[in-house]
Design a protein around this ligand. Structure first.
Ligand code: ASP
Length: 437
């Protein structure tokens, strides 16, 4: 039977979601049930199914990944390359953002800081304070304290992935060093768990088009058209700057790294990762997308399980190019709007803090807002200014999350190729379609 490829199914679902979301809005009903609640129901089911897999996936993939990398030497090499790529790509992303925000200056209108134009209402300011305050973001140090959680079960329950990753790395490392009989039993157990989880992922992926429809239709139905007109007038340039910078990173910087470092065809890689990118876009959560990212990378891009199971879970939590770029552009925008003098030192501080906080930001929707508040505090601006970003946050979050996921996958391909993996992106299916491209 003729079957459309998954990414086409998801794309069609996206288009239908926009049409339905616009047509029904929040209030339209059918048989006494609002369409909105149906979208919400479907979207939540899909998101829950993805989230349900995350904890066992991260733990089992990292433990087996680390244990199979073997000795301290192999681990050090793989870890070193991974961290080097992640820091470099995030830094490049921030620099793209920095250059464009300086060129376009979205926070300055007719030579004047745009603070008055944007008009920060007291209500919005209070809301921002509450949101940021409740997330408990005080300093960069606190972000890193979360890396070593006092209670691993609690960390897993609260979605503190950095803590979970740190524990799993230790577990995998020492697992390979115990008595062989026990080590083998442990390895088989975790490998088995990992394979079961991947099967569940494949099953959940079949529902991706329906889930994406629900998630996106809800976002579209939520859009307040009056607010949108206001946003276009004030925040439009800011949003355009972010989108342009993300596009440059996605379409120029990362493909160049793929081409010249990994020596693979970027077009094939876009195609291999399409379902994961579209899901990242719809869910605005790189953690929730992790199962799909892993599936696409192993099945379509042919990266080995050894590499992907180490590089990806780490990337989904610590490597966020889109987020780092967004944090930098947003902080610069607010600084411009407040008329702050943007000296070299201030800009340098923004770059460094954006890089550090992007590591600690959780892969969940709107997590950047907390990180931006840290940057604002560091450069001496009021945290409430984060409220300026609310109106455009969702759509920009969807885009930056797709970039976050794409960068993780590029990291995995580059590390895999540098480890001598020759199968990467040479799958027949992709090869033949790549030839046409
Ligand atoms: N939503 C983003 C992610 O999950 C994080 C952020 O930038 O808010 O990757």
């Amino acid at each position: 039977m003729f079957r459309l490829k998954l990414h086409w199914q998801i794309l069609i679902a996206l288009v239908l979601a926009v049409v339905f979301g616009l047509a029904t809005g929040r209030d339209a009903q059918i048989l006494g049930v609002s369409f909105y609640s149906v979208y919400d129901f479907i979207g939540t089911l899909f998101l829950n199914a993805l989230k349900m897999i995350i904890v066992p996936l991260i733990v089992s993939s990292i433990i087996t990944g680390i244990a199979s990398v073997g000795g301290t030497h192999g681990l050090g090499r793989l870890g070193g390359k991974t961290v080097l790529f992640y820091v470099t790509s995030s830094l490049l992303a921030i620099l793209v953002g920095l250059v464009l925000v300086n060129l376009i200056s979205p926070g300055i209108v007719d030579g004047q800081p745009a603070k008055e134009l944007i008009g920060l209402s007291d209500e919005a300011a209070a809301q921002a304070q509450e949101k940021v305050g409740s997330a408990g973001a005080g300093s960069v140090a606190e972000v890193f304290i979360r890396m070593i959680p006092p209670n691993i079960v609690q960390a897993a329950a609260n979605g503190q992935m950095l803590g979970l990753i740190f524990f799993s790395i230790l577990f995998g490392f020492f697992m390979a060093r115990i008595n062989e009989a026990y080590a083998e039993a442990q390895y088989n157990f975790w490998q088995g768990l990992f394979e079961v989880i991947m099967q569940i992922t494949e099953f959940v992926m079949k529902f991706a088009p329906i889930g994406v429809f629900g998630l996106v239709a809800k976002v579209i139905a939520d859009v307040d058209h009056d607010q949108l007109a206001g946003v276009a007038a004030t925040l439009g340039t800011f949003a355009a700057t972010v989108l342009l910078a993300l596009a440059v990173h996605f379409l120029v910087v990362l493909p160049l790294l793929l081409r010249f470092i990994a020596r693979v065809n970027p077009l094939r890689h876009y195609r291999a990762m399409a379902p994961a990118l579209l899901t990242a876009f719809s869910t605005a959560s790189s953690s929730a997308t992790l199962p799909l990212t892993m599936e696409c990378l192993e099945k379509n891009a042919k990266v080995s399980n050894r590499t992907s199971s180490f590089v990806l879970p780490l990337g989904a939590t610590v490597n966020m190019d889109g987020t780092a770029l967004y944090e930098c552009v947003a902080a610069m925008f607010i600084a411009q709007a407040y008329g702050l003098e943007l000296s070299f030192t201030t800009q340098f501080t923004i770059v460094v803090v954006a890089l550090l906080t992007s590591i600690g930001v959780a892969g969940i929707p709107s997590a950047s807002l907390v990180a931006i508040s840290i940057i604002l505090t560091t450069i001496g601006l009021p945290v409430e200014a984060v409220a300026l970003l609310f109106a455009t946050d969702r759509i920009l979050d969807m885009c930056r999350t797709a970039i976050n996921v794409f960068s993780d996958s590029c990291g995995a391909v580059i590390v895999a190729r540098s480890e001598g993996e020759t199968n990467v992106l040479t799958d027949n299916d992709i090869k033949s379609s790549g030839k046409q491209a």
